[in-house]
Ligand binder design. Structure first.
Ligand SMILES: [Mg+2]
Length: 298
C-alpha cells in the first residue's frame, strides 16, 4: 500500500514518457519538481537512455526550463563502464553505439575496439546505434563467436517518440544479434536491473522504504523498482497495467499532471516553503559533475 504521497524522502523519476516526450515537456512536470524541491525532497532521474550522457540530458532539461541544476541524473549509457569495472576490472570491449557510450567506457579504463576490429575482446557492448548496419550485425556476431560476452545497455525494444511513433531502441538491435548468434546469455545494466536503483540509493544515502519510483514503463521502471524493494507509481497514459505481471504498482495515475493534482489534493506538498535540498538557486556544487559515480577513475 502506498504511503502518503509526501512521506517518501526520495522520488526517483524516469524521464522519457514521464517528464517529457521527445522535445515536449508534460504539463505539470515543472510544477511537481518545484514543489518537491521546495519541500526538501530528494529527486533522482533514472533514464534507460543508451546513447546520450547525463550532461547532454541535463542540458536538454535546462532548455525546457526545468529546475534540474542540482538533481542527479543517471543515464544507462554511463552505467556500463562502472558496472563492468566493479564486476570484472578493466576489460576489452567491442562496442556498438554512440561516441558518448564509447568515451564513457574508456573513462572507466576499458579498452574499446571498433566493432570491425580483428582484436579479441571480452565483451560486445550494445547501445542505441542510429547508424546500425548489416555489417555491424555481422561483425558483432563474429566477435561473440570469438568468445566475447554480450552486454546490452538496456533491453528496451523502443521508446515513445513524438506523435505516438515508436523509436527503435537497443533491445531491437540486441534481438537481431541474438537471432543470428543464438547467444542467449546476456547482461544488461539499464532498468529493470537493480544496478541503477542501487547506485541511486547509495548516492542519496537512503533505503528502499523511503523511496518511490515513478515511471511509464511497466517492464523497466515498475518491475525494476519493485524488485529493488521500492514502492512504484505508474503513469498509464490511459493504458491498462499488464495483467501477466501478476502485481500492481502502489499507485496508477494517468500522467504527471494527475500526480501533481493528487499531491495538492492531499495537501501533502506545500506550494511555498523553504528552498532547501536540491535547490533552484544556482549551478551545481563545485566539484560535482555528471560523470562522477564516487568511483575513483581507474
Ligand atoms: Mg519512460
Amino acid at each position: 500500500m502506498l504511503q502518503m504521497l509526501s512521506h517518501y524522502s526520495a522520488y526517483m523519476f524516469d524521464l522519457d514518457g514521464c517528464i517529457y516526450s521527445g522535445k515536449k515537456i508534460y504539463p505539470g512536470a515543472k510544477e511537481l519538481l518545484i514543489s518537491l524541491i521546495r519541500n526538501g525532497k530528494k529527486i533522482y532521474f533514472i533514464s534507460n537512455n543508451s546513447n546520450e550522457t547525463s550532461h547532454s540530458v541535463r542540458t536538454k532539461l535546462l532548455e525546457m526550463e526545468l529546475p534540474v541544476e542540482k538533481i542527479p541524473i543517471l543515464v544507462a549509457t554511463e552505467l556500463v563502464g562502472p558496472y563492468l569495472f566493479e564486476k570484472y576490472g578493466k576489460v576489452k570491449i567491442h562496442s556498438i553505439g554512440s561516441m558518448e557510450l564509447e568515451s564513457s567506457l574508456k573513462y572507466y579504463g576499458h579498452t574499446v575496439h571498433p566493432i570491425d576490429s580483428e582484436e579479441q575482446s571480452d565483451f560486445v557492448v550494445i547501445g542505441r546505434d542510429t547508424a546500425f548496419t548489416y555489417q555491424k550485425l555481422y561483425d558483432s556476431v563474429k566477435a561473440l563467436m570469438g568468445g566475447a560476452k554480450l552486454i546490452a545497455v538496456n533491453f528496451d525494444m523502443y521508446h515513445p517518440g513524438e506523435d505516438g511513433t515508436r523509436v527503435p531502441e537497443t533491445g531491437a538491435l540486441v534481438a537481431a544479434i541474438q537471432a543470428v548468434s543464438e547467444v542467449n546469455e546476456l547482461e544488461s545494466v539499464g532498468k529493470p536491473h537493480g544496478y541503477p536503483f542501487r547506485k541511486a540509493m547509495e548516492e542519496l544515502g537512503v533505503d528502499p522504504q523511503s523511496c518511490v519510483m515513478i515511471g511509464d514503463n511497466p517492464y523497466t521502471d515498475i518491475i525494476g523498482g519493485r524488485d529493488a524493494g521500492i514502492d512504484t507509481i505508474w503513469f498509464s497514459h490511459g493504458k491498462t497495467f499488464p495483467v501477466d505481471l501478476g502485481f500492481q504498482p502502489e499507485l496508477t495515475v494517468t500522467n504527471v499532471e494527475e500526480l501533481l493534482r493528487r499531491f495538492e489534493e492531499n495537501h501533502c506538498i506545500t506550494k511555498g516553503g523553504g528552498n532547501e535540498g536540491q535547490g533552484m538557486d544556482g549551478a551545481m556544487d563545485e566539484g560535482m559533475h555528471d560523470h562522477a559515480w564516487h568511483l575513483p577513475r581507474p
